[in-house]
Write a protein that binds this ligand. Structure first.
Ligand SMILES: [Cu+2]
Length: 129
């Protein structure tokens, strides 16, 4: 029984823990020789509230003026939820969106920057209800 459960946990990416804690500050990763800093405000990050999603890229050369951020829950069909991030000043992009409440009660969400140049970098994080 325990063995089965352990195998199930290993085989199911949807059950992985968040790799970012957005309540503590930006989540920083690197891809394709760029540093990507992802942030959500206001904090703590809550479902059903207007949120500002922001991405700061270092460097930000050779990238478009807008980026598309896709929001979903790993392993669940939650309906399409995408936010257009616009380049504001320097190398920061931002846009507003809402994370819906999940009927299952799960809190793990994933934000994916849909950009080949950024290797479609994804950030997972928990939201509060
Ligand atoms: Cu869900």
């Amino acid at each position: 029984m325990l063995m089965t459960l352990a195998m199930l946990l290993l085989a199911t990416p949807a059950l992985k823990a968040a790799d970012c804690n957005m309540d503590q500050g930006p989540c920083i990763k690197s891809a394709a020789d760029r540093t990507i800093s992802f942030d959500i405000s206001p904090k703590p990050v809550k479902a059903m509230a207007e949120l500002v999603f922001s991405v700061t890229l270092t460097p930000c050369t050779a990238l478009p003026e807008t980026l598309l951020l896709d929001l979903d829950m790993p392993g669940m069909m939650m309906g399409k939820n995408q936010v257009i991030l616009k380049k504001r000043n320097g190398c920061t992009y931002d846009g507003r969106g809402i994370i819906v409440r999940c009927r299952s009660g799960r809190t793990l969400w994933r934000a994916t920057i849909l950009s080949d140049a950024l290797n479609n970098m994804a950030f997972t994080f928990d939201v509060r209800y």
